[in-house]
Write a protein that binds this ligand. Structure first.
Ligand SMILES: *Cc1c(COP(=O)(O)O)cnc(C)c1O
Length: 423
């Protein structure tokens, strides 16, 4: 459920008409619903608790939507943060997420990033390879600390809506094998500067079926049991993120309640373990839209119609990168018969196409449209490609809204560039 609805013939975010935001902030602009973000986090966490999972660490995947205001409101609800760079650790800390709720993941953490995270007191460093374990041990020794490490295991399970977001197969770059995990865990257990806490997996994103999760989680439970059988202490099992969301016209994903029931069933036999989760998309995707204006409708003599928007692939790259589908809704509702058109942006790439041959209500210059389900991997993946200023973000709360990232001016966009004085 989300809080984007048509009222009085016009699409609203909570109690604010999107046309008001377009008039006052301009387009393109991301618009988020605070109530939807809060609801999605609460539904996810409560589903786990009600299924019997004791004190889950729900570490929101910062990369999905990393705006400080979003992190702040989730942190206030008790969310942790799953981070993949020093920048994200800093964002989480700046938003008030305490170190003990921060998970630091990623296949290529640098020495400097590891040092920063250890000093910040993160809850776990998810180690993805043997060379990384060595680096963490070195940095911890230099700092005179014991690094809390969790081994990210690649459970070799196929999952995920698109090859570019599947992460749990042996051919992907993520994590160590089960055999390596056992060997590295034993090494770490004997190391004075490493504190192995447990194991983790994250098998992909936009997963719309419980079967691959269940297959992976069962393997992880087996791993915990075998590590414990060898006398090692395992107190944490991090099950990652990846739960899909209902994008329009796509198969319905499992609900958080069904997901939580499966988790509780698969992990029931494990005692004295804290479960961690890293949901991103399921919290953020349907809590935001990208609002854009139509520049014009270009009709080719052969009959193909191109709706040209002021938003482009640099603002929302998912269609170009993953062939992702976004429902596109006119802000002013209409009963007029639909017209088949391609929806494109102004960037000089054929890939700057949001959709081909979609039946949409008749639209023309100045009309507003909203890309639904754009709260995750939208603004966070935006760039200035084609020298287009970074897209701003707005957060709605009831009948008020705040600009939570402003649109940079052209002067600001150029300000960091230093012309060389070479002749
Ligand atoms: C991207 C990522 C997530 C979040 O995935 P979603 O599909 O958005 O839930 C969680 N954990 C790790 C390690 C990730 O890389």
């Amino acid at each position: 459920m989300n809080h984007f609805e048509v009222r009085g013939g016009e699409l609203h975010c909570e109690d604010v008409p999107l046309s008001r935001i377009a008039a006052e902030v301009g387009t393109p602009v991301y618009v988020y619903s605070r109530a939807t973000f809060e609801r999605h986090f609460t539904v996810f966490r409560d589903a786990l608790v009600q299924a019997g999972v004791v004190d889950p660490l729900v570490a929101y995947a910062v990369k999905a939507n990393s705006n400080l205001s979003i992190l702040k409101l989730l942190s206030a609800l008790g969310a942790g943060a799953d981070t993949v760079s020093e920048g994200e650790v800093r964002r989480a800390l700046a938003a008030g997420v305490p170190g003990e709720r921060i998970v630091f993941s990623g296949v290529g953490k640098t020495r400097g990033e590891i040092a920063f995270a250890l000093k910040a007191g993160v809850s776990e460093i998810n180690v993805e390879s043997e060379p990384e374990l060595k680096l963490v041990a070195q940095v911890a020794e230099e700092l005179g600390l014991r690094a809390p490490v969790v081994f990210r295991v690649n459970p070799d399970v196929a999952a995920g809506g698109h090859a570019k977001i599947a992460t749990g197969k042996a051919e992907n770059k993520f994590g160590v094998s089960f055999a390596e995990a056992a060997r590295l865990y034993a090494n770490a257990s004997n190391h004075p500067h490493l504190n192995p806490l447990g194991v983790a997996c994250h098998i992909g994103s936009q997963i719309t079926d419980l079967a691959p999760f269940e297959a992976a989680f069962s393997k992880m439970v087996g791993l915990v049991e075998s590590l414990r059988g060898e006398g090692m202490s395992v107190e944490r099992l991090d099950l990652g993120g990846g739960l899909g969301v209902p994008y329009f016209n796509q198969p319905d994903p499992p609900s958080p309640v069904d997901y939580a029931a499966m988790v509780a069933r698969v992990t029931k036999g494990l005692k004295d373990i804290r479960l961690a989760f890293e949901p991103g998309r399921v919290i953020a995707a349907n809590a935001g839209v990208l609002l854009a204006s139509v520049i014009h409708l270009h009709e080719r003599p052969e009959g193909r119609k191109f709706l040209v928007l002021d938003a482009a692939m640099n603002d929302l790259i998912r269609p170009a990168m993953y062939d992702a589908f976004h429902d596109i809704r006119p802000v002013k509702a209409t009963d007029a018969a639909p017209v088949v058109m391609d929806v494109v942006g102004p960037v000089c790439e054929t890939g700057d196409t949001f959709t081909r041959e979609r039946a949409l209500p008749p639209l023309g210059a100045g009309d507003l449209v909203a890309f639904m389900s754009a709260g995750a991997y939208g603004a966070a993946m935006a760039s200035e490609y084609n020298s287009r200023p970074l897209v701003p973000e707005v957060l709605v709360d009831g009948d008020r809204y705040a600009v939570i990232r402003k649109r940079p001016s052209y002067e600001e966009m150029l300000a960091d560039e230093i012309p060389s004085d070479w002749k």
